[in-house]
Design a protein around this ligand. Structure first.
Ligand code: DC
Length: 208
């Protein structure tokens, strides 16, 4: 069984999904983290895109949820590295590529077969798990989302300015909502939650 939460960056999906997973003792899947992992691999490979695709399927990309959502790439834990602003800058472009989406969708569909999951992303309700029984779509004002991301990055001791985070989120919104393949879109059967004025606890209670 799977519950999905889609929405733009900083809308509160991940923190809510994580809290629900902890409370209900179920698995959590952060699909954005997998797109970040592929982006990290691409940046590290220093290859052209066609060459990179040749090697993509030999990459061992796995994840586990124990307290935090951990991403492991070829044996290396990259949970923190994928939050780097360079990865954030390039991830929407990489996520717009069909081959990348096929690769990640296959990993996610296989993983959720054997457990109960709550997952967050952009296209989970529309493209990846259209038959999910419980679908949510979270939104919030741009400035609120940028402030949340800025504080998260500051907590991770990243050297970023608020204006650069705002710009990055604006650009990602544009790409995520307008890309040709699996754009960010609310489905008719998902519940809309505007988190602009909601605390983390209030978001959690809306879904739980
Ligand atoms: O949730 P996040 O901000 O870490 O996601 C990073 C990027 O990954 C986001 O800009 C778009 C992409 N993404 C996607 O295309 N599809 C998903 N299901 C999840 C994320």
């Amino acid at each position: 069984m799977i519950v999905v939460i889609d929405g733009p960056a900083g809308s509160g999906k991940s923190s809510t999904a994580r809290a629900v997973a902890h409370e209900l003792n179920i698995q959590y899947l952060d699909s954005g983290a997998l797109y970040r992992a592929v982006t990290y691999l691409f940046l590290k490979s220093e290859q052209s895109l066609p060459k990179f695709f040749e090697s993509l399927y030999s990459a061992q990309l796995t994840f586990k949820f124990d307290n935090e959502f951990q991403v492991i790439l070829n044996g290396e834990v990259i949970t923190e590295a994928i939050r780097d602003p360079m990865v954030s800058l390039h991830v929407s472009g990489i996520a717009a590529i069909a081959k990348v989406r096929e690769f990640i969708n296959a990993i996610m569909k296989k993983a959720v077969q054997h457990d109960v999951y709550i997952a967050d992303g952009r296209d989970l309700g529309t493209a990846v798990f259209p038959n999910a029984k419980c679908k949510f779509f979270m939104i919030a004002d741009l400035e609120t989302r940028a402030k949340r991301r800025f504080l998260e990055l500051k907590n991770l001791k990243k050297d970023v300015s608020y204006s650069s985070v705002l710009k990055s989120i604006k650009n990602r919104d544009k790409s995520d909502y307008n890309r040709k393949i699996s754009p960010l879109k609310k489905t008719k059967d998902s519940l809309l939650i505007n988190t602009t004025n909601l605390t983390k606890r209030a978001c959690f209670l809306k879904i739980k």
